[in-house]
Design a protein around this ligand. Structure first.
Ligand SMILES: Cc1cc2nc3c(=O)[nH]c(=O)nc-3n(C[C@H](O)[C@H](O)[C@H](O)COP(=O)(O)OP(=O)(O)OC[C@H]3O[C@@H](n4cnc5c(N)ncnc54)[C@H](O)[C@@H]3O)c2cc1C
Ligand code: FES
Length: 1264
């Protein structure tokens, strides 16, 4: 949090900001408060830290300090915030683990307003379910957290602003930072250095420096020039006017305008209100708190949200330079090119004139963005129309768009077609035609989505038309009825239903089954938790920066490192030749080079690494490495290209039950379809991180690393260095998320880092962009299916072909294909079922394991097929699902016997909890009454196999020490990545040793304590490691039995003196699973877990924006060991699935370069995407004999995010049927706004489609 004294207003302001965008020099004179500064576990935990932690809002904890500080900054300004305030404060913070609900739950305890019926004093609370009755009267139902235990918030105890802070100039290695104290000094500096940027919020200049390596030798920081922050108002009767200081932050501008609006008649403040609307959605609060008004205008982003509105509203600028002052109108001449305006380089914008509007003048502002908040707009617009008094004849009009070219553009011809005419359907109809011709984008326009953007220009003008009609009081229908903007919905009312319960007979000390807080939550919330890059720098430590290929398929002709070695601080450059041991990692029979030798096969492949004394020097060195290439012919990027060229990793897999070919002959109908599903980036908050420390003797190394599989990292490093494994110890304290991305890729990166180690430690921490470029993600899939069914909905036969885009190396791609085929039945008993799968070898970065491991892709095709069948037959999709669901004792297509009872129970309970049939009626009714908004709903089941198909991986070990003071140190093979494994294991040890959890400590996962571990993956970590710990604890407990009888008090010391070992290992030998692909049968899973999910969405058919109104999940996780951890994981997995199916889109250039390499291009779900009502229920009375304490895992929930996809598809179908379109239609995943909008086939999208083309490489954007 930044706190500043504002000399103009003589006040202290506090605001949250993004640390990565704040130059240290800019903070001169400011007080900075960090998460460590507001509370500590050693002194006093701040109420915000406490509440987020205790409400289970911290899983891996990497995002928690950011969440805490955003909330803290809000409370400093607004001690009793509303839910809207909280939503806005957290809108710019991302979390990949929790699904946001528990964070919001913790924060909402600061609100005064009632948030659910319970707090409004109703006896039967909504969080108890529909009727508030618990099915399990004999059980005690714990709340997820107890609010009564929270400390109160006392604003008088907060840190004060240090009064001694005053202003100066900073000299860096390559940059000088000058902060002039007056306007005169600023003008002089600017005229002497016209090329030097003025850094205000640094939100434009900062990313250029950070990500593009742009160096500005001089930076001018005018934050002390008071004139830039002055606002003047002249409220004379005939010339109301406001001049706003150009240095004002966007948040300050918004507050100013919000204060002015109520002071004047509405007709005067049309422009103010349009600007407020845009400012509410522009960036995030952290950005708006620092970004300046002048900076936004002068940055001249093509999709600036303010410029179209300011220009349409006839604003102007007051600028000053050594040549004097002048006024510059913000009109179509102002924007010259991308990032360029007509201002001269030495001119400074002092203030911005924002006029009041006149009677009969209306201003509108609209935007559509890939994500509702914290996202640049795809298309944004400002429109103004002025009518002669008492008439509907347009006297003046201006229309500006952002996102339709390299600059903000004015639709001059369209305006000309409207001015002097009546505002009616005829005029507007002609305007749409002119607009279509006026704003044309070439098929390969930067940003893509050409068809969608063009249709948005029309539909946004249509929205303005509706607003104007409303204002003119000539509405055809009531305003709320026809207006189709996706207005901001009231903030999240998600509720936590009561978790599963523990038996009243259970000992109150026994923690199993209780919602125990994540054991590191408080350390995470106070910033004390240590992640890999938090380890203090050791003496002489070096940093490794990687150099990656810029060609997709080429020979390396020359690798010139001479310039890199000249960069100050650079110590060495490592190449493949420097690897002393094995130069490759072998997976499934294929070798993968650690560093490319003579050839590269994708952009982003590691070629060499630069080792230097600091990260900055290593990066400069890496930029100085010159590689010359000779391109090899015809790189392969898409699945289609790979199929055409038979470019596959072997083996390909096939499975069949029954006789599919014969069965197709006897069905009533056959339908053939295709579906395409994009990949997904892990986007763990902590990027790949490692520190390799030489011990100094006998070639021994300690590796501190963020990995899911320490043993594989140990083995890989040992092989790379050509030393035995006993010289390498891997330590994993915790990970800031992993999701499968830190299984295989980390061992390769750690191996490369170890090569850089001579006698000094080497650290390698990937930046977000590098991580996204190098490490791959979830496999994109293209699938074709043929389905045969009867007219009553029974599916008799299906044949599905799956192709994944594996990338340039095999990694685990064949295993992913196998899992895809094993899950292709999902919950359905299809008597004749055939599947084939192939992993395509392409020249894109290699894809790898990702939560669900192929299942989220596989099931998508089955469910899409079922949806198509329902559309062909005109029957509800849920009925087709029910007709075909497994019932009674069942056998899968690989001859695995199981009982689907819990699947059917999840399904029935989900239907009941969501009040499915009454909601269907309500949705249909809504759709009949609304033309441009449609609602859709879906319910989706899942059956998911647990454990590794490779039988040998189903094992785990543990080591438990008891010390003489009775404290217990547990070590096991599982790694903590936010999923709460250590918390659950602590509960296990506590139960088995009959001691409180506070006595049990888990320090880390280390290969020196528990060797030969398996990855914490396949949803099996707690199952297996919990069992191993249980085994060790039981050994100890039995060993101590005689002493316990003799002396229960001095148990541990007595045992020591009686020479009884207080240390034991534990082992869990999991089931012997297998799959015989020749015989097409096997036992690849230990058990199935089940779930069902209902979702309802509201879609704005004009823009494709949607909002999830409600989600109900019923999931079978057996008897949960820790319901709060499990519910948190279920919600987090659901949100990750929602991202996968509706939001997250990978885009590649035609030459195979990943474009989406950071949060500004790649959108994961944020707070604004959480369903407005979000309910998770754990299936009661489910016992699982195969896992610890009858629990089950909850990993499968990722797929349930697809319920939102199918709800969107349902809404699109409703829109299409209004246009007379019936039957199946394609909608690829992710169903982003553009796809949903275009599929809705509105009047406007159809206009654009005539002659429209999206260009050859549009398909590449999703990495297919
Ligand atoms: C994560 C993120 C999300 C964003 N989302 C949006 C969005 O949704 N919509 C949107 O419109 N924008 C968005 N932006 C852009 C943001 O609004 C602009 O970067 C910001 O307004 C620029 O202001 P600044 O003070 O930070 O500029 P700085 O980076 O400090 O400066 C930018 C440029 O403006 C010049 N400049 C600054 N002040 C003056 C002045 N008084 N006179 C002359 N020249 C000046 C500087 O010389 C420099 O060239 C986003 C930015 C980020 C980082
Ligand atoms: S807890 Fe939020 S990213 Fe892990």
């Amino acid at each position: 949090m930044v706190s500043r004294y504002r000399p103009v207003t003589k006040t202290i302001t506090h605001y949250a900001a993004n640390a990565c965008l704040l130059p240290i020099c800019q903070l001169h004179g400011a007080a900075i408060t960090t998460v460590e500064g507001i509370g500590s576990t050693k002194t006093r935990v701040h109420p915000v830290q406490e509440r987020i932690a205790k409400a289970h809002g911290s899983q891996c904890g990497f995002c928690t300090p950011g969440m805490v500080m955003s909330m803290y900054a809000l409370l400093r300004n607004t001690p009793q915030p509303s839910m809207d305030d909280i939503a806005e404060a957290l809108a710019g913070n991302l979390c990949r683990c929790t699904g946001y609900r528990p964070i919001i739950d913790g924060c909402r305890t600061f609100c005064q307003e009632a948030n659910c019926c319970q707090e409004s004093g109703v006896t039967n609370c909504c969080i108890n379910g529909e009727n508030g009755n618990s099915d399990e009267a004999e059980y005690v139902s714990p709340q997820l957290f107890d609010k009564d235990q929270f400390q109160p918030l006392d604003p008088t105890q907060e840190l004060i602003f240090p009064p001694e802070l005053i202003p100066l100039t900073f000299q860096g290695e390559r940059m000088t930072w000058v902060s002039p104290g007056s306007m005169d000094q600023l003008v002089q500096l600017r005229s002497r250095h016209p090329g030097a940027p003025l850094v205000m919020g640094n939100t434009n200049i900062g990313p250029d420096i950070k990500f593009k390596g742009i160096i500005h030798p001089l930076i001018i920081s005018p934050t002390r020039v008071t004139e830039l922050f002055e606002t003047t108002q002249t409220p004379e009767v005939h010339s109301y006017r406001v001049w706003v200081g150009a240095g004002s932050s966007l948040s300050e501008v918004r507050t100013l305008l919000e204060n002015l609006v109520p002071q004047y008649p509405p007709e005067k403040t049309e422009l103010f209100r349009a600007l407020i609307k845009q400012l509410g959605n522009l960036g995030s609060q952290q950005i708006r708190n620092v970004a300046s008004l002048g900076g936004n205008i002068v940055s001249a982003y093509p999709n600036s949200d303010l410029n179209p509105v300011l220009a349409a509203g006839r604003c102007k600028l007051s600028v000053v330079s050594s040549g004097g002052k002048r006024e510059v109108p913000l009109n179509q001449d102002f924007f010259v090119n991308f990032g360029k305006t007509i201002l001269k380089p030495h001119e400074i914008v002092v203030s911005v004139f924002i006029p009041f509007t006149r009677k009969g003048e209306f201003v509108g502002a609209f935007r559509q963005a890939p994500r509702k908040e914290s996202s640049f707009a795809t298309v944004t617009t400002g429109m103004r129309v002025f009518f002669s008094e008492g008439s509907r004849v347009v006297q003046d009009i201006s229309i500006y768009y952002g996102g339709m070219g390299p600059t903000t553009v004015s639709a001059v011809k369209t305006c000309a077609a409207i001015v002097t005419r009546q505002w009616d359907d005829e005029t507007l109809g002609r305007a749409y035609e002119v607009l279509l011709e006026e704003l044309v984008l070439p098929p390969s326009a930067p940003g893509g989505k050409v068809e969608f953007r063009r249709s948005l220009t029309l539909s946004l003008l249509f929205k303005f038309n509706l607003e104007v009609l409303h204002k003119l009081r000539h509405m055809v229908r009531p305003f709320s009825f026809i207006f189709s903007g996706m207005e901001k919905k009231k903030i999240i009312i998600s509720q936590t239903p009561l978790p599963q319960s523990v038996s009243q007979e259970q000992n109150s000390q026994d923690p199993v089954g209780r919602p125990i807080m994540h054991r590191s939550a408080l350390s995470q919330a106070t910033g004390e938790a240590v992640y890999c890059d938090d380890l203090p720098r050791t003496d002489g430590e070096l940093f490794l920066a990687l150099v990656t290929s810029s060609r997709a398929h080429a020979k390396i002709i020359q690798l010139d490192v001479s310039e890199a070695l000249k960069v100050p601080g650079v110590v060495d450059v490592i190449t493949a030749k420097d690897i002393p041991g094995r130069k490759v990692r072998t997976m499934c029979g294929y070798d993968e080079e650690l560093l490319a030798g003579s050839e590269v096969s994708c952009i982003g492949q590691m070629v060499c690494g630069v080792v230097a004394d600091t990260r900055a020097h290593a990066k400069r060195g890496a930029a100085a490495v010159k590689i010359s290439y000779e391109d090899l012919p015809e790189p392969i990027f898409t699945i289609e290209e790979a199929i055409e060229k038979s470019s596959f990793f072997e083996p390909r897999r096939r499975i069949e039950r029954g006789n599919v070919t014969e069965a197709f002959k006897s069905v009533d109908q056959i339908y053939e379809g295709e579906h395409r599903m994009g990949g997904q980036e892990h986007f763990y908050m902590e990027t790949q991180s490692m520190l390799v420390v030489p011990v100094g003797e006998e070639r021994e190394f300690n590796i501190y690393v963020s990995t899911q599989w320490p043993a594989a990292t140990q083995e890989a490093v040992a092989q790379t260095l050509g030393i035995p494994s006993n010289r390498v110890t891997c330590h994993v304290k915790r990970m800031g998320g992993a999701f499968g991305g830190k299984v295989t890729k980390t061992s390769i990166l750690a191996s490369v880092t170890s090569v850089a180690v001579t006698n000094r430690p080497v650290r390698c921490i990937l930046e977000r962009g590098e991580d996204m470029l190098i490490t791959g993600g979830r496999h994109p899939v293209v699938g074709k299916y043929k389905v045969g069914f009867m007219n009553d909905g029974r599916i008799i036969a299906a044949d599905i072909q799956f192709y994944t885009n594996a990338g340039n190396t095999i990694d685990e791609s064949v295993l992913v294909i196998e899992k895809i085929l094993l899950h292709m039945d999902n919950a359905y008993n299809i008597p004749h079922l055939r599947g084939s799968g192939a992993a395509c070898r392409t020249n894109l970065p290699s894809n790898t394991a990702f939560r669900g491991f192929g299942v989220p892709q596989s099931l998508m095709f089955v469910e899409n097929m079922i949806t198509d069948v329902s559309m062909v037959l005109g029957l509800p999709a849920d009925k087709i699902r029910e007709i075909n669901m497994y019932r009674g004792p069942s056998v899968t297509h690989y001859k695995y016997q199981f009982n689907p009872e819990n699947l059917l129970r999840c399904w029935d309970q989900c239907k009941a909890k969501s009040t499915f049939s009454s909601r269907r009626t309500a949705v249909d009714q809504f759709n009949q009454q609304n033309q441009w908004k449609k609602r859709g709903m879906s319910i989706i089941p899942i059956k998911y196999g647990i454990a590794f198909g490779e039988g040998f991986l189903n094992q785990a070990a543990a080591l438990v020490h008891i010390y003489k003071d009775g404290s217990v140190l547990v070590t096991h093979g599982g790694t903590e990545m936010g999923q709460g494994i250590h918390t659950k294991v602590q509960q296990v040890a506590s139960r088995e040793l009959h001691i409180p959890t506070s006595k049990v400590y888990i320090s880390e996962t280390g290969t020196n304590t528990v060797p030969n571990t398996c990855p914490s993956a396949a949803s099996f970590g707690t199952d297996a490691n919990g069992m191993a710990v249980k085994n060790a604890c039981q050994t100890l407990y039995q060993r101590l039995e005689p002493i316990r009888k003799k002396n229960p008090k001095g148990l541990w010391e007595t045992a020591f003196f009686e020479k009884i070992s207080l240390s034991a290992t534990g082992f869990h030998r999991g089931p012997d699973l297998y799959m015989d692909w020749e015989a097409m049968e096997g036992q690849p899973y230990a058990y199935f877990t089940y779930g069902a999910c209902f979702s309802e969405v509201e879609l704005d058919c004009l823009s494709g924006d949607y909002r999830t109104l409600r989600t109900d999940i019923v999931v079978d996780i057996g008897r949960s060991v820790n319901p709060s951890v499990d519910i948190g994981q279920v919600e987090g997995a659901f949100m990750q699935g929602l991202g996968l199916y509706t939001l997250e889109e990978l885009k590649f250039s035609p030459s195979g370069l990943l474009y989406t390499r950071g949060p500004s291009q790649y959108k994961i779900p944020a707070v604004c995407d959480v369903p407005l009502s979000f309910n998770v229920y754990l299936l009661p009375d489910s016992y699982n004999p195969h896992a610890i304490y009858s629990s089950k895992v909850r990993e499968p929930v990722v797929f349930l995010g697809s319920s939102v996809f199918y709800a969107i598809k349902d809404a699109v179908a409703a829109a299409r049927s209004q246009s007379g379109l019936a039957g199946p239609f394609p909608l690829d995943s992710p169903a982003t706004a553009d796809k949903a909008c275009l599929a809705s086939a509105s009047h406007f999208t159809q206009k654009v489609r005539v002659g429209g083309s999206v260009g050859r490489w549009a398909g590449l954007w999703v990495g297919l």
